[in-house]
Design a protein around this ligand. Structure first.
Ligand SMILES: [Zn+2]
Length: 155
């Protein structure tokens, strides 16, 4: 039997996690893409079925000062503008800090929930607009605790 997995489509990109080996990958999606398709993992060659989910994720506005880190630039201050279950939009303060699409950035900030939950997430940059960036959570690095805290915060 073929294993199945769901993928949320964000800005025309499907973030897929192989159910067999956990490798994360991206697929480009357009209107002609079937909502169900069989995908072969580039890492383990396993085949599985992906169900694409186009529902717009609820985004909650925020204004959290935090810190971003990426291997190429190092550490830089960020402001979290909004967040959904699948990703985050953030602003960088300096113009020269230009992140690339597809680059991995680690973000650290605190939620304004009762516990002031410390959030550390890895995101893949999926779009940019000036100093504003959109990043998709890399689910394979998302801890259960962080996922839960974000889930509660979104309620
Ligand atoms: Zn795999």
């Amino acid at each position: 039997m073929v294993q199945k997995t769901r993928s949320h489509v964000v800005d025309g990109r499907a973030h897929i996690v192989c159910p067999k080996c956990g490798k994360g990958m991206y697929g480009k999606v357009n209107k002609k893409t079937k909502s169900r398709s069989i995908v072969r993992c580039s890492a383990c060659s396993g085949k599985f079925e992906v169900q694409l989910d186009y529902r717009q994720q609820y985004r909650k506005s925020a204004s959290f000062a935090g810190n971003g880190t990426c291997a190429r630039i190092g550490s830089f201050p960020v402001t979290i503008e909004n967040m959904s279950k699948t990703g985050v939009r953030f602003q960088v303060c300096k113009r020269k800090c230009n992140l690339h699409i597809g680059e991995t950035v680690s973000l650290r900030f605190q939620l304004d929930d009762r516990n002031c939950s410390d959030i550390q997430v890895s995101v893949k940059i999926c779009n940019s607009n000036g100093t504003m960036y959109g990043g998709v959570f890399m689910e394979e690095y998302l801890s259960v605790k962080v996922n839960k805290a974000i889930g509660f915060w979104l309620l």
